[in-house]
Design a protein around this ligand. Sequence first.
Ligand code: NAD
Length: 359
Amino acid sequence: MHKIALIPGDGIGPEIINETVKILKAVEKKFKIQLQLIDGFAGGASIDTYGVPLTEETLALCKECDAILFGAVGGPKWDHLPKELRPEQAILLLRKSLGLYANLRPILLFDTLNDASPIKQEFIGDKLDFLIVRELTGGLYFGKPKGIEKTQDKIRAFDTMEYTYEEIERVTHLAFETARNRRGCLTSVDKANVLETSRLWRSVVCEIATDYPDVKLNHMYVDNCSMQLILNPGQFDVILTENTFGDILSDEASVLTGSIGMLPSASLGDEKPYLYEPIHGSAPDIVGTGKANPIGTILSAAMMLEYSFREKEASTVVKKAVEKALNEGYRTYDIQVGAKKVVSTSQMGDIIEKYIKNL
Ligand code: NAD
């Protein structure tokens, strides 16, 4: 029995999680796996009921589960709240409290969506399939001090970007291991020509590289990387980078695949539970319209089956069912190029569920 904390959150979160639950139920039946789904609140949904973005109870629930499946949090309704009470704090708190220091974001362009990519085929090359490993619990988002100071004649805002040797070391090992199990190429992205944190980053990565002689390492400045993602994305296998750079580069990379709604992620630490979520936010502009693409969340569940439960076959079937739905020409509203039929969020869930049963 695998226990899963199910946290839909806000905006389109409940809609995409609903579809993913359909998929998990189909997987349970087909592969005789037992999944216990336990609901939890986070983000605006928690603020409205309990006054805080993440309660002790929800955190305790997550800690006792084997994995967490997360939708998205945030929305204009809560934008006026002070920083520590904003919905987005929920996901930051979960990552930090559970020690989820590595965020894995596969960037895969399904063949059938080639035309949906804004990049011309000649730049995409034969296949677009790489993975971004983003450090998740350090850097600018967590560094102290941070704040805004107001004096009579001046306003000053500041954040601190800091990394310890150990924070870089553990995520670097994970990235090398991941590269070893893929095509054996690792690109470490930094800004070592300007930032001290990047100089430490690069020296730690170089030191650890000696443990992985079978992995080909190269270094790239983040500004060049953002350009290379458009000019020659096929050159990448695994990209390793720090928190802020990874946040921005992975959103940029997501567009290559046709839509941000397609992309899953897994956040890993040294021990369970790991957390799985699509890379997009709560998309307040399309809530309740049936336009949300559930595939990023469904593929996040596929990652959960593989990484947390070691159910590789079930994971592969989910991915194949998604691919079949796309190959048959079904698209949600965010990707209309090549669509034979544009379907709603729940119709897409139904179609993928049906293919899982029949594959
Ligand atoms: P967003 O990712 O929610 O939306 C960006 C654009 O992509 C919007 O046009 C949206 O409609 C579209 N989009 C996103 N997901 C989609 C999907 N599954 N299907 C179809 N279209 C999709 O980013 P944003 O607008 O910058 O942020 C909205 C809210 O989400 C904010 O409150 C932000 O703080 C929050 N947010 C939360 C997370 C998280 O929970 N991990 C991550 C990013 C943003």
